[in-house]
Structures are given as structure tokens and as C-alpha cells.
Design a protein around this ligand. Sequence first.
Ligand code: PHE
Length: 344
Amino acid sequence: MENKINEIRNNALAAIEKADDLKSLEAVKNEFLSRNSEFNNLKKGMKDLTPEQKPVIGALLNKISIELSKLIEEKNEIFYKKELNERLLKEKIDITLDGKYIPIGHVHPLTQTINEITTIFNHLGFSLVEPKYSPEVEVEKFNFDLLNVPKEHPARDVQDTFYCENGDNVVLRSQTSNSQARQMLNSKPPIKVISPGRVYRNESVSARKNNLFHQIEGLYVDKNVTMAHLKGVLNEFTRLYFGQSRPTRFRSSFFPFTEPSVEIDVQCIMCQGEGCPVCSHTGWLEILGAGMVDPNVLRDVGIDPNVYSGFAFGMGVERLTMLKYAIDDIRLFFNDDVRFLKQF
Ligand code: PHE
């Protein structure tokens, strides 16, 4: 019995000696110390020994199993450290290497202007129109009829307005004012909204005109809204958009859906009013159209003009952006030239 035990011990010592990595050491552990090992079977056989043999063999088996466990544990520790160090060396990242340059996109200048103007009007109490009241593909009813634009008005002419081919009076909207009509028809005063979006006009493209551009429409309808409110709101807007000290001028004008109507000019930002090619030597730049909502328009959308009044305004986003940054060609906004776009 004792011989058998010593033979196993010697085999185990040799195998431990021979193991040269974590894996082979694990195999040795399994072979000699696991539940099914020869060594363990000897332990199980102890019950058949004589009372005299039991304590002697028991002590010997215990001593050897502690000895082998300890040797395996020691070697395991050494291999573990060695393999860890090798892995750390192999997987090392050189943080001094140059990174890869990934260009980051950013917000288009027209979108920036729309966001800026929207924020200004939000602060003045205007909320953003619901998109369903501001469609780009529109019927004549909202683009013209409900805005008091007579059937024979030149703006309806195919020269200006893109008509869809199906012949159902469907147009690409020529102004964001369509959203005024839809908003008033579908809600009750007080109404205080702005509506930014794309508009389309059948014009020949030049440095000043593109047949797709953007407008921002505003509408305020309530009891006792007056021209003084219009002036106050739009002066505050120009102050916030162009800066504190830029003078404005209100000129009388005409739009079919407002009465009275005005156009608003700011002092030329190039020449400070001296007169230059940008302002056609007038010293002023036109920035928006506005007026008191025509009583006919209110009546047609079911709002009583004897109880309510309101004002509306519309401005061109490209024009306002061009004036602010001294850009001289509207086509630059639509050419997708990153050299231009990344300046904003
Ligand atoms: N819709 C007009 C235009 O496109 C601008 C405008 C809007 C004028 C609202 C008055 C009131 O020129």
C-alpha cells in the first residue's frame, strides 16, 4: 500500500516538474487530485484497512495531498503572472500614435438662421405652428383663396406658381402664408404662432433669386391687437437679430391679405445708411412684409372681425442670412460646397 502511494507521489512530482504552462498544470491537477484520481480512490479504500493501518496510511495520504496541492499552487502562481505579463505586452496600445481624422458635420446656415429667429419669437410668446398646418404641397384654397388673393391676381400666374400636373388646383406653396389660413380655420383666438418652411416660385435662378427658398411666417390674432403691437414685436425682433442700435423704417405697402400693409427696412448693414451698391444707394434694406390681417380674411376663416383683430408678417430666411453675413449669392446655400458651409 505504502509503495503504491509513493509511486503515485513520484509520478505526480515528475508531472508537476514537467508542466510548463497553466494548461498543462491544470491537467496534472486533474490527473492526480481530482475526485476520480487514483489517489482519491486509495482514500476511498481506507475503510477496508485494519485499525492499526488506518491512522498511518491516513496521515500519509493527507501529507502527500497537502504537499502536491501546495506545489501545484506555487507553480500556478508563477505561470499566471508570466502569462498575464505576456498578454499585457502584446495588447499594449500606443497612445502616442496620431488618431484618425473624422470630419464632423454641422448645422446648415439657413437652419441656424431659422433656429435663431424661432428662438427670438419663442421669447416673444410665439409658438411653433403644428406641421400639419404648414404643408409644402398645397391647394389653391389655402395658398390664395382664403388669403384674399383674387382669381385673376398675377401671383397665381403659372409664371410665378408651380402648379401640379393633376389639374386639381394643387400647387407648391408660393408663400408660408398658407399656414395662416390653415391655423385660423382650425383654431380659435388667441393665436400666436410662427411657421418656418420652404416655398417655391417659378423664377429664373440668379445670384438674388432661387426657385426654392425659405420663409418664416408669423401670426397674432386676439382681441384688441393693433398696429402698435405689430411695430413693437417687429422692432424687438430686428433689435435682437441685427443688434441694438440698427434703425428701422416702416413703409406702407400692399398685400392682398393684410390691410394696412407695411414693409420693414433696416439701415444698410454695409454702409450704415451712407448709400452703397448693396442697398442700391438708398441706405436701407428691406427685410420683411407685414400688416394687419384683412377683415375679409378673418371672416372667411370664421373669426368675427368685429371681435378680433390681428397682425401677420413674413420674411425671407435666405435674405436675412445673406444680410447678416454679407453673402452675395443665394445659390451658395444650395450648392453643398463644404468650403462655403464650414465657415458657419
Ligand atoms: N407672404 C408675403 C410674401 O411672400 C409676406 C407677408 C406675410 C406679408 C404675412 C404680410 C403678411 O411676400
